[in-house]
Design a protein around this ligand. Structure first.
Ligand code: NAP
Length: 288
């Protein structure tokens, strides 16, 4: 059982989450893994979930090496019973839950004319309903601690380009969930933060539309504007600490979001004109 939270300094950095208990979905890779390590560096005990146990165990070992407790729970966000079991395991192991990071997600790609209903359902089941279910099962425990919720969305909640309709639709839905949830939680002591990344190093582009990870698939995203996981985790954890309503990050992500919010006409005419080849307009996704 985790001991009560304390505050102390370690390695010259304030351990601002000292003794708190954090549950992260999709913690075995990418942004979830980076946040797990970031929380561990700041003194939080971590509960790590995902469908594959092996990568979660590696992350748990890396967290324990940082001096915190780590618990692995295999849970699929599309299976409500496994999410409820994850909360039960967290409470059994640590006695409390202070933060949930609803991070698990995937990117189903393809043009609207190509995407099957199965692909649409998979995208929305994981990114939208899985995220909302994660929040629902965690909320009773978070109300006990005046906790924090992080919802991992995307800058694609604001801008959609050819081949990304399903993913962008899922992230627009996450944004809508975050906006409503933030207001629903007023006065409860629990906060909700929408975390909207641009490009961050991860495995997301190596998972196909059926959910199969192939590490030999090339990284198709622009690495020049991509942040490391550690850099992303640093700003995400700060926003959660400050109980910010929303954080849009990576410089590129902020620029695109500002254009989409304030001068969408210019952005979309550029994408239909000079930037058309860069965003793949007019071509089937198989040609990209
Ligand atoms: N990286 C970026 O540039 C970027 C940008 C904007 C937003 N995001 C968002 O960031 C989040 C994390 O993605 P990532 O980029 O770090 O990709 P990633 O490395 O592929 O990580 C996604 C994680 O989600 C887990 N997951 C997938 N389906 C799941 C399910 N049904 N149930 C439980 N866990 C599941 C995966 O683990 P298992 O396969 O073991 O389940 C994996 O660890 C996603 O919500 C993504 O949309 C990423």
């Amino acid at each position: 059982m985790t001991t009560a939270p304390t505050r102390r300094r370690s390695f010259g950095r304030t351990r601002r989450f000292d003794g708190l208990v954090v549950w992260i979905t999709g913690a075995g890779s990418g942004i979830g893994r980076a946040c797990a390590l970031g929380f561990a560096d700041r003194g939080a005990h971590v509960v790590l979930s995902g469908r594959r146990e092996a990568p979660l165990s590696l992350v748990a070992d890396a967290c324990r090496a940082r001096g915190v407790e780590a618990t692995v729970v295999v849970a699929d966000v599309t299976d409500e019973a496994s999410l409820e079991a994850a909360v039960a395991v967290a409470l059994e192991a640590h006695g409390r839950l202070d933060i949930v990071l609803a991070n698990a997600g995937c990117s189903v790609s393809g043009r609207v004319e190509e995407l099957s209903s199965t692909e649409w359902r998979r995208q929305l089941d994981i990114n939208v309903i899985g995220l909302a279910s994660t929040v629902r099962v965690a909320l009773p425990a978070l109300r006990e601690t005046g906790g924090r919720i992080g919802l991992v969305g995307s800058v694609m909640a604001y801008v959609s380009v050819p081949g990304t309709a399903a993913y962008a639709a899922s992230k627009a839905a996450v944004r809508a969930i975050g906006d409503a949830l933030h207001l629903e939680l007023v006065g409860t002591g629990v906060s909700s933060t929408l975390l909207q990344p641009g490009f961050v190093e991860s495995d997301i582009a190596r998972v196909d539309n059926a959910g199969v990870l192939d590490l030999t698939r090339p990284e198709t995203r622009p690495t020049a504007v991509m942040w490391s996981g550690a850099r992303a985790a640093n700003v995400m954890l700060n926003a959660l600490h400050k109980r910010q309503r929303e954080l849009v990050f990576t410089g590129h992500g902020r620029l695109v979001t500002r254009l989409a919010r304030h001068i969408p006409g210019l952005l979309y005419s550029m994408m239909a004109g000079p930037l058309a080849s860069a965003v793949g307009a007019g071509r089937p996704s198989s040609a990209r």
